[in-house]
Design a protein around this ligand. Structure first.
Ligand code: ADP
Length: 510
């Protein structure tokens, strides 16, 4: 059994190792998947931001080009760029107020003058760029309170030497809806959701390309022209979490399924292996038992034969005893060999039965006549109790005789002090039976179903000291199967056993 434990441990490891490796691998691939997905979203967001900022830059440059045309900002400008509501052009002279174009309640001329005054340094820098032929456009600090974004740029009017500083008032929401939205829809291609939200303690979504409720934000980047606004990416329909959850659930189910299958397979392998090992063990026990059973009578026969041959027997009486012992022992040998032959014949399915309707009472009497002497010789108190009415059954006379002899043999072998054996017949309207009852060592309840298996012998207790092949009851069971009857065992440890061969009742033969 030590070997069985070793194999069990090896099989356990064999299962555990791949299961652990598989789980580890799956978990790692899940993390990798999450990483890759995160990176892909990040790259997507970078691309989107670039495209949106480029678009804003182009638009702002076209404002500049339009403002380059003349000193005045005509109504055409506001028609072309409806999201720009006001333009202030910085006055040259000291204390001069800027010129206002466009109607807008948001910013007064004084406000604009103050902003110009604050950004003098910036304007100077823009001038330097302008001289190098590069128009830099500067979004100023956002004014969410007014819903506007101020943009500072320089315009170079033909014929005028120095460029003029212009302050544009951009309507933030209108700009996002009218200018950015079509661009975002183009970029998102309905593959994912682009979200523009105003950055504050409580981020407010201003625009989304998809209409799902509460979209999940993945990454976020500030917009160039609207520095207080961010753009983020979001999945469509399914959230990232639910995609990951579905994937991890799928993987988990796979791991569990594979694990369970492997476990079942290993349990099956282990159980069949254990059964095979037990069978191998019982077979080798069988060989040992049979050799032992054969050796004893052979030794007796050869010993007495030799004594007789050497004519060393003192009296005729003693001679008779020797002959009788030799005869009995050779009969025992024949019985044993027959048992094994019958068994192997049955195993191959070659045994032929000759069925005929017989009275079990008669059959019991015949077996009893041949066997009772043997029992009483061994000190048994015996009784044959046949029922009053005939018990007709369809039987193979010889096979049932053999089954009965096996049962009587066992009753004798497995009785200790209480040497009592009863052979009884009985029946009811449907069934008839033969019973062998002893007051022997009995069979533990958990073993009662195993004793019919081939080579099986009860492992503990006094049985160990008794010789046997473990084939007797297997023969009885097979014979009863062939008769479409059954064997019943009723037994209690230390109280005794009752083996019952039950047949279908037949009508009396005519
Ligand atoms: P064996 O050659 O060992 O007697 P059997 O197949 O006839 O083989 O019986 C199987 C086992 O059943 C026996 O080894 C014994 O443990 C148990 N057994 C059979 N008959 C009896 C009985 N009458 N009383 C107690 N145990 C029995």
């Amino acid at each position: 059994m030590n070997r069985v434990r070793q194999i069990a441990i090896a099989l356990g490891l064999l299962f555990l190792l791949p299961a652990v490796l598989l789980t580890f691998r799956e978990l790692r691939s899940l993390n990798e998947f999450e990483d890759t997905l995160g990176k892909a979203y990040d790259r997507q967001l970078d691309g989107t931001l670039f495209s949106v900022n480029q678009f804003s830059q182009d638009l702002a440059e076209s404002w500049g080009r339009e403002l380059d045309q003349s000193e005045e900002v005509g109504s055409d400008f506001f028609l072309n760029f409806p999201t720009v509501s006001q333009v202030f052009v910085f006055g040259e002279g000291e204390g001069q107020l800027p010129k206002q174009f466009g109607e807008g309640p948001q910013l007064t001329v004084q406000d604009a003058a103050a902003i110009f005054a604050q950004n003098k340094a910036l304007i100077k820098r823009l001038n330097t760029y302008m001289r190098a032929d590069y128009r830099k456009i500067e979004p100023l600090s956002p004014r969410p309170d007014l819903g506007i974004q101020l943009v500072l740029l320089l315009a170079q009017i033909p014929g005028v030497e120095s460029p003029k500083a212009c302050l544009l008032v951009l309507e933030t929401n209108a700009y996002i809806k009218q200018n950015l939205a079509p661009r975002l829809s183009l970029v998102s291609q309905e593959d994912f959701n682009l979200i523009v939200f105003r950055d504050s303690l409580d981020p407010q979504i201003v625009h989304t390309t998809d209409t799902i409720q509460d979209p999940e934000f993945i990454g976020q980047k500030a917009l160039w022209l609207l520095p207080d606004h961010h753009i983020a990416i979001g999945t469509r329909g399914q959230s990232l979490e639910s995609i990951l959850k579905a994937r991890s659930q799928g993987s988990l189910a796979l791991i569990l399924g594979v694990g369970l299958l492997m476990l079942l397979g290993i349990i099956w392998v282990f159980l069949s292996m254990r059964k095979e090992m037990q069978l191998a063990q019982t077979k080798s026990d069988f060989v040992a038992n049979v050799s032992h059973e054969i050796r004893t009578p052979l030794a007796l026969i050869s010993m007495f034969a030799e004594t007789l041959m050497l004519k060393r027997v003192p009296s005729e009486e003693r001679k008779d005893t020797y002959y009788r012992i030799m005869f009995q022992e050779s009969k025992r040998l024949t019985g044993l060999v027959n048992k094994i032959l019958n068994f192997s014949q049955m195993e191959m399915g070659n045994r032929v039965y000759n069925f005929a309707v017989k009275d079990l009472n008669t059959l019991a009497k015949e077996v009893w006549e041949a066997y009772d002497y043997h029992l009483t010789q061994h000190g048994f108190v015996t009784s044959l109790e046949v029922s009053d009415s005939p018990a007709w059954a369809l039987v193979d006379h010889e096979a049932i005789g053999e089954a009965l002899v096996n049962l009587l043999d066992n009753a004798m072998k497995y009785s200790l002090e209480q040497k009592s054996i009863v052979l009884r017949t009985g029946g009811n309207t449907r069934e008839v039976w033969l019973e062998v009852i002893d007051k022997g060592i009995g069979i533990p309840t958990d073993q009662q179903s195993n004793i019919f298996e081939k080579f099986h012998r009860v492992a503990q207790g006094p049985v160990h000291n008794t010789k046997g092949t473990g084939l007797g009851l297997t023969l009885v069971q097979r014979i009863m199967d062939a008769h479409q009857g059954r064997v019943e065992v009723h037994s209690k440890v230390d109280k005794g056993s009752r083996f019952q061969l039950v047949f279908a009742r037949e009508n009396a033969p005519t």
